[in-house]
Each structure stands twice: as C-alpha cells, then as structure tokens.
Design a protein around this ligand. Structure first.
Ligand code: ADP
Ligand code: ADP
Length: 228
C-alpha cells in the first residue's frame, strides 16, 4: 500500500532529512514510526501526502509512483489519506459538525449525505451528540477525537498520524491508539509517527525507526521474526 524504495529527501537549504529509506507497509497493516525529534518522521509523512517531493528514490501509494502524479491529481491522491496532527488543526470558531464535515463539503457531497456521515464518524470516535459544540468547549482529548473524525469521515484506506498523542496524558493516549486499532481492524492501513516509546511498547505493532534520516527497522515484521 505504501512503499519507499531508496528514498532520500534533501531540503532546498541543504538539510538532509531522509537517506536511502526502504520500507513497505502492506494494505491493512498498522505500524509505528519512531525516532528522535529531527529524525525525519514528519518529512516521511509529507512525502506520502505529497506536501514534499522526494529528492531521490521512489514512493508508491497503492502501486502508483507518486513522482508521476501531476499537480492537478494530487488532491485525488490525498482523498485516500486521512491525516491527523498533534495540534489537530481544528477551526476553533466553527462547530464540531462543520469541522468534521469539511472534507465532505470540499468533495461536494449532498447535505443529507454529509449529515449521515458526520454522525457516523462522531459516533465512531465517541462524540455522538456533540455536533453543535465548538472545539474550545471540549477537552484536549475530545478535540483530538474531532480531528480524528474529520480524518476518517470520507473513509480513506490510509490513515497517517503525526504525534497524535503529543499533548495527551498516558490514559487518553492509550484511548486514542485503541481508536486507531478499531480503524485498522476495519481494514484501514495505519501509520503513526510518535516519539513516545513507552506507548509503543504497550502495543504489539511493527515499529519503523528513523535515526538521523536513516531507517533502522525497515524489514517486514515477518522477516524480523524469521531472523530470530
Ligand atoms: P521529525 O518529524 O522526526 O522531528 P522532520 O522530518 O521534521 O523530523 O525533520 C527532519 C530534518 O529535516 C530536521 O533536520 C529538520 O530541521 C529538517 N527539516 C524539516 N522540514 C524542513 C524544511 N521545510 N526545510 C528545511 N529543513 C527541514
Ligand atoms: P512539528 O514538531 O510540529 O513537526 P516543527 O517546528 O518541527 O513542528 O516544524 C514546523 C514546520 O517547519 C514544518 O512544516 C517543518 O517542515 C518546517 N521545518 C522544520 N524544520 C525546519 C528547518 N530546519 N527549516 C525550515 N523549515 C523547517
């Protein structure tokens, strides 16, 4: 589903963010992406969402080489990807409903369809009935759930999260990860960037580790098991 082959990223200022990164995330897999601040986690996610382009190597999403995806088709590619941020990027003066509905409004869904889908998404994240609240009335954990509802409302096959638990206490963090797990159980491919090693250790998922732009744990989990 997501494949990196010898991928490097050097920013225009000369900062080397990724170096010869190889990994393959299978359809339906859930994995963590970890490493210290500056290791290249955000850059790797930005290459998947085509916010940045690779300097060298090949990034494929669903078998498509994204270097061959023209600027005009990038929005179509992004519809396959739900993105969750640490600071959730919510519109703080808009209702929960309006925030979650945004991707559907952009895609031109009918009003009735939007209401149905927003209700379903809020139900999934445990915020049913909070449509009319505005984000500042909600707790940090609830705000993060609004961000997650918005990311999954158009049912993307891929879910990416950049430090989704960065501002939450351990209990709320675990709740959020369990939520990702339910999406994964439903078939969504999930990649979660986090430097919270304690959290990762509590869940049995493959972990991809970046160190100064180099991938340490790039092998498929099967190969690692076979190696001992
Ligand atoms: P992480 O998400 O693991 O903290 P990043 O991908 O944000 O790492 O950063 C990797 C490296 O690339 C860092 O050295 C960072 O300063 C640099 N970097 C990130 N974004 C940019 C950018 N837009 N321009 C220049 N350098 C960048
Ligand atoms: P976060 O930790 O939430 O990723 P950062 O402060 O690392 O936030 O980065 C904020 C923005 O600045 C990102 O878009 C990132 O790509 C960019 N950035 C990070 N490092 C650099 C850098 N050295 N030069 C230019 N832009 C950078």
């Amino acid at each position: 589903m997501i494949q990196f082959e010898q991928v490097s990223k050097v920013y225009s200022g000369g900062q080397k963010a990724l170096l010869n990164v190889n990994f393959h995330l299978q359809k339906g897999e859930m994995a963590f992406l970890t490493g210290h601040s500056g290791a290249g986690k955000s850059t790797l996610l930005k290459l998947i969402t085509v916010i940045e382009r690779a300097t060298a190597g090949k990034v494929s999403i669903n078998g498509h080489d994204i270097a061959k995806v023209g600027v005009k088709h990038v929005p179509y590619l992004r519809r396959n990807i739900g993105m969750i941020f640490q600071n959730h990027h919510l519109l703080m003066d808009k209702s929960v409903f309006d925030n979650v509905a945004l991707p559907l409004v952009i895609e031109g869904f009918s009003h009735g369809e939007i209401r149905k889908r927003v209700a379903a998404a809020l139900d999934m994240v445990g915020l049913y009935g909070k449509e009319r609240h505005i984000p500042i009335m909600l707790s940090g954990g609830e705000q993060q759930r609004v961000g997650i509802a918005r990311a999954i409302v158009n049912k993307p096959p891929i879910l990416l999260a950049d430090e989704p638990t960065g501002n939450l206490d351990p209990k709320l963090s675990m709740d959020i990860l369990r939520l990702f797990e339910t999406f994964n159980d439903a078939g969504t491919t999930v990649l979660i960037a986090t430097h919270d090693l304690g959290l990762i250790a509590r869940m049995k998922y493959r972990t991809l580790t970046l160190r100064q732009g180099t991938m340490l744990g790039g092998e498929p989990s099967g190969a690692m098991t076979a190696g001992g």
